[in-house]
Design a protein. Structure first.
Length: 240
Protein backbone atom coordinates (compact mmCIF):
# COMPACT_ATOMS: atom_id res chain seq x y z
CA UNK A 1 0.00 0.00 0.00
CA UNK A 2 2.85 2.40 0.87
CA UNK A 3 4.41 1.77 -2.55
CA UNK A 4 1.13 2.62 -4.30
CA UNK A 5 0.79 5.88 -2.35
CA UNK A 6 4.40 6.77 -3.14
CA UNK A 7 3.83 6.11 -6.83
CA UNK A 8 0.70 8.28 -6.83
CA UNK A 9 2.62 11.12 -5.19
CA UNK A 10 5.53 10.73 -7.61
CA UNK A 11 3.29 10.58 -10.66
CA UNK A 12 1.37 13.67 -9.58
CA UNK A 13 4.59 15.54 -8.91
CA UNK A 14 5.96 14.61 -12.35
CA UNK A 15 2.76 15.68 -14.12
CA UNK A 16 2.66 19.07 -12.42
CA UNK A 17 6.38 19.70 -12.75
CA UNK A 18 6.45 18.82 -16.43
CA UNK A 19 3.35 20.95 -17.08
CA UNK A 20 5.03 23.98 -15.47
CA UNK A 21 8.29 23.52 -17.36
CA UNK A 22 6.38 23.04 -20.62
CA UNK A 23 4.58 26.34 -20.05
CA UNK A 24 1.12 24.89 -19.68
CA UNK A 25 0.94 26.97 -16.52
CA UNK A 26 2.31 30.39 -17.41
CA UNK A 27 4.93 32.20 -15.34
CA UNK A 28 3.19 34.38 -12.76
CA UNK A 29 -0.10 32.52 -13.10
CA UNK A 30 -1.73 30.74 -10.19
CA UNK A 31 -2.23 27.01 -10.18
CA UNK A 32 -5.88 25.90 -9.95
CA UNK A 33 -7.13 25.40 -6.38
CA UNK A 34 -6.18 22.08 -4.79
CA UNK A 35 -9.67 20.54 -5.07
CA UNK A 36 -9.86 21.35 -8.78
CA UNK A 37 -6.33 20.11 -9.45
CA UNK A 38 -7.09 16.92 -7.58
CA UNK A 39 -10.22 16.41 -9.64
CA UNK A 40 -8.33 17.05 -12.91
CA UNK A 41 -5.53 14.65 -11.97
CA UNK A 42 -7.73 12.04 -10.32
CA UNK A 43 -5.99 12.27 -6.94
CA UNK A 44 -6.85 13.50 -3.47
CA UNK A 45 -6.39 17.03 -2.24
CA UNK A 46 -3.72 15.72 0.15
CA UNK A 47 -1.69 14.32 -2.74
CA UNK A 48 -1.88 17.64 -4.56
CA UNK A 49 -0.83 19.54 -1.44
CA UNK A 50 2.20 17.31 -0.92
CA UNK A 51 3.19 17.64 -4.58
CA UNK A 52 2.95 21.43 -4.39
CA UNK A 53 5.25 21.45 -1.34
CA UNK A 54 7.89 19.57 -3.32
CA UNK A 55 7.43 21.85 -6.34
CA UNK A 56 8.10 24.80 -4.04
CA UNK A 57 11.33 23.15 -2.84
CA UNK A 58 12.40 22.79 -6.48
CA UNK A 59 11.75 26.49 -7.09
CA UNK A 60 8.92 25.92 -9.57
CA UNK A 61 6.18 27.58 -7.52
CA UNK A 62 5.70 29.96 -4.62
CA UNK A 63 2.89 29.42 -2.15
CA UNK A 64 1.45 32.72 -0.97
CA UNK A 65 -1.14 32.78 1.74
CA UNK A 66 -4.30 34.40 0.48
CA UNK A 67 -3.25 34.49 -3.18
CA UNK A 68 -2.65 30.81 -3.92
CA UNK A 69 0.23 29.00 -5.60
CA UNK A 70 2.07 31.05 -8.22
CA UNK A 71 4.30 29.66 -10.98
CA UNK A 72 7.79 31.16 -10.68
CA UNK A 73 9.98 32.39 -13.57
CA UNK A 74 12.58 29.92 -14.94
CA UNK A 75 15.39 31.95 -13.35
CA UNK A 76 14.17 30.69 -9.95
CA UNK A 77 14.08 26.99 -10.87
CA UNK A 78 16.64 24.60 -9.41
CA UNK A 79 18.26 23.44 -12.64
CA UNK A 80 20.30 20.76 -10.86
CA UNK A 81 17.11 19.06 -9.73
CA UNK A 82 16.40 15.82 -11.56
CA UNK A 83 12.78 16.63 -12.43
CA UNK A 84 13.45 20.23 -13.47
CA UNK A 85 16.49 19.48 -15.62
CA UNK A 86 14.95 16.38 -17.21
CA UNK A 87 11.74 18.20 -18.11
CA UNK A 88 13.64 21.22 -19.44
CA UNK A 89 15.77 19.03 -21.69
CA UNK A 90 12.68 17.24 -22.97
CA UNK A 91 10.98 20.53 -23.83
CA UNK A 92 13.95 22.32 -25.42
CA UNK A 93 14.10 21.71 -29.18
CA UNK A 94 16.84 24.31 -29.69
CA UNK A 95 19.55 22.29 -27.88
CA UNK A 96 20.37 25.45 -25.90
CA UNK A 97 19.96 23.69 -22.55
CA UNK A 98 22.28 20.89 -23.67
CA UNK A 99 24.79 23.47 -24.93
CA UNK A 100 24.68 25.09 -21.48
CA UNK A 101 25.13 21.72 -19.83
CA UNK A 102 28.22 21.04 -21.96
CA UNK A 103 29.65 24.49 -21.21
CA UNK A 104 29.19 23.85 -17.48
CA UNK A 105 30.86 20.44 -17.76
CA UNK A 106 33.67 21.98 -19.77
CA UNK A 107 34.40 24.68 -17.19
CA UNK A 108 34.41 22.28 -14.27
CA UNK A 109 36.26 19.42 -15.93
CA UNK A 110 38.92 21.69 -17.43
CA UNK A 111 39.67 23.03 -13.98
CA UNK A 112 39.72 19.53 -12.51
CA UNK A 113 42.11 18.36 -15.26
CA UNK A 114 44.38 21.28 -14.37
CA UNK A 115 44.45 20.23 -10.73
CA UNK A 116 44.75 16.53 -11.61
CA UNK A 117 47.91 17.27 -13.62
CA UNK A 118 49.44 18.78 -10.49
CA UNK A 119 48.29 16.09 -8.07
CA UNK A 120 48.37 12.85 -10.06
CA UNK A 121 50.63 10.20 -8.57
CA UNK A 122 52.02 7.21 -10.45
CA UNK A 123 48.97 5.08 -9.66
CA UNK A 124 46.55 7.67 -11.05
CA UNK A 125 48.62 8.14 -14.23
CA UNK A 126 48.76 4.38 -14.75
CA UNK A 127 45.01 4.09 -14.25
CA UNK A 128 44.39 6.75 -16.91
CA UNK A 129 46.83 5.06 -19.31
CA UNK A 130 45.11 1.71 -18.83
CA UNK A 131 41.68 3.27 -19.45
CA UNK A 132 42.80 5.00 -22.65
CA UNK A 133 44.44 1.82 -23.97
CA UNK A 134 41.32 -0.18 -23.17
CA UNK A 135 39.08 2.31 -25.01
CA UNK A 136 41.24 1.86 -28.11
CA UNK A 137 40.11 -1.78 -28.03
CA UNK A 138 36.42 -0.87 -27.62
CA UNK A 139 35.82 1.49 -30.53
CA UNK A 140 33.63 -1.10 -32.27
CA UNK A 141 31.35 -1.40 -29.22
CA UNK A 142 30.04 2.10 -28.61
CA UNK A 143 27.93 1.15 -25.57
CA UNK A 144 30.87 -0.34 -23.65
CA UNK A 145 33.16 2.37 -25.01
CA UNK A 146 30.96 5.10 -23.53
CA UNK A 147 30.88 3.34 -20.15
CA UNK A 148 34.70 3.45 -20.13
CA UNK A 149 34.62 7.03 -21.44
CA UNK A 150 32.66 8.12 -18.37
CA UNK A 151 35.02 6.14 -16.13
CA UNK A 152 38.02 7.96 -17.63
CA UNK A 153 36.49 11.36 -16.94
CA UNK A 154 35.58 10.24 -13.45
CA UNK A 155 39.18 9.19 -12.79
CA UNK A 156 40.36 12.67 -13.76
CA UNK A 157 37.75 14.23 -11.48
CA UNK A 158 38.61 11.97 -8.56
CA UNK A 159 42.31 12.70 -9.04
CA UNK A 160 41.59 16.42 -8.71
CA UNK A 161 40.02 15.84 -5.31
CA UNK A 162 37.22 18.36 -6.04
CA UNK A 163 34.22 16.47 -4.70
CA UNK A 164 31.75 19.30 -5.23
CA UNK A 165 32.61 19.85 -8.91
CA UNK A 166 32.59 16.09 -9.48
CA UNK A 167 29.14 15.80 -7.87
CA UNK A 168 27.76 18.58 -10.11
CA UNK A 169 29.14 16.97 -13.28
CA UNK A 170 27.85 13.53 -12.29
CA UNK A 171 24.41 14.96 -11.50
CA UNK A 172 24.25 16.68 -14.89
CA UNK A 173 25.48 13.61 -16.76
CA UNK A 174 22.98 11.34 -15.05
CA UNK A 175 20.15 13.30 -16.66
CA UNK A 176 21.40 13.00 -20.22
CA UNK A 177 23.52 9.87 -20.50
CA UNK A 178 20.65 7.84 -21.96
CA UNK A 179 19.09 10.54 -24.13
CA UNK A 180 19.53 10.27 -27.89
CA UNK A 181 19.86 14.03 -28.36
CA UNK A 182 22.85 14.18 -26.02
CA UNK A 183 24.57 10.97 -27.07
CA UNK A 184 24.04 11.72 -30.78
CA UNK A 185 26.02 9.79 -33.36
CA UNK A 186 27.92 6.73 -32.17
CA UNK A 187 29.80 5.26 -35.15
CA UNK A 188 33.29 3.77 -34.85
CA UNK A 189 35.16 6.74 -36.35
CA UNK A 190 33.71 9.03 -33.71
CA UNK A 191 34.84 6.73 -30.90
CA UNK A 192 38.33 6.69 -32.44
CA UNK A 193 38.40 10.50 -32.61
CA UNK A 194 37.04 10.78 -29.09
CA UNK A 195 39.76 8.57 -27.68
CA UNK A 196 42.45 10.66 -29.34
CA UNK A 197 41.13 13.47 -27.17
CA UNK A 198 41.29 11.25 -24.10
CA UNK A 199 44.88 10.31 -24.90
CA UNK A 200 45.89 13.98 -25.17
CA UNK A 201 44.36 14.60 -21.74
CA UNK A 202 46.16 11.59 -20.29
CA UNK A 203 49.50 12.65 -21.81
CA UNK A 204 49.27 16.17 -20.39
CA UNK A 205 48.34 14.86 -16.94
CA UNK A 206 51.18 12.30 -17.10
CA UNK A 207 53.53 15.15 -18.04
CA UNK A 208 52.24 17.15 -15.05
CA UNK A 209 51.28 20.00 -17.40
CA UNK A 210 48.26 21.72 -15.76
CA UNK A 211 47.56 24.24 -18.51
CA UNK A 212 48.01 21.63 -21.22
CA UNK A 213 45.67 19.23 -19.42
CA UNK A 214 43.02 21.93 -19.01
CA UNK A 215 43.27 22.92 -22.69
CA UNK A 216 43.10 19.28 -23.78
CA UNK A 217 39.97 18.68 -21.68
CA UNK A 218 38.33 21.90 -22.92
CA UNK A 219 39.00 20.99 -26.55
CA UNK A 220 37.93 17.37 -26.13
CA UNK A 221 34.58 18.16 -24.50
CA UNK A 222 33.81 20.87 -27.06
CA UNK A 223 34.75 18.85 -30.14
CA UNK A 224 33.05 15.68 -28.93
CA UNK A 225 29.79 17.56 -28.31
CA UNK A 226 29.86 19.39 -31.64
CA UNK A 227 30.18 16.04 -33.42
CA UNK A 228 27.47 14.35 -31.34
CA UNK A 229 25.28 17.44 -31.67
CA UNK A 230 25.18 16.92 -35.43
CA UNK A 231 22.97 19.97 -35.87
CA UNK A 232 23.35 22.86 -38.31
CA UNK A 233 21.73 25.14 -35.75
CA UNK A 234 23.45 28.07 -34.10
CA UNK A 235 25.89 27.00 -31.41
CA UNK A 236 27.34 30.37 -30.37
CA UNK A 237 26.62 29.48 -26.72
CA UNK A 238 29.64 27.21 -26.96
CA UNK A 239 31.99 29.90 -28.26
CA UNK A 240 34.66 31.21 -25.90
Amino acid sequence: MATIVKNVHGHTLDLLGEAIVAGRFATGASLPPEPLLGEQLGVSRTVVREAVKVLQEKGLVQVRQGTGTMVTPPAMWNMLDELVLGATIAEDDSLAILDDLVVTRRVLESDMANVAARLADDAAVERLRTQVDRMDELVDDHVTYHDHDRAFHDTVMQTSGNRIARAVVRALESQVVNTARYMGRTERALCVASNRGHRRIYERIAAHDPEGAADAMFTHITEAWLVRRGEPRDHTRLDR
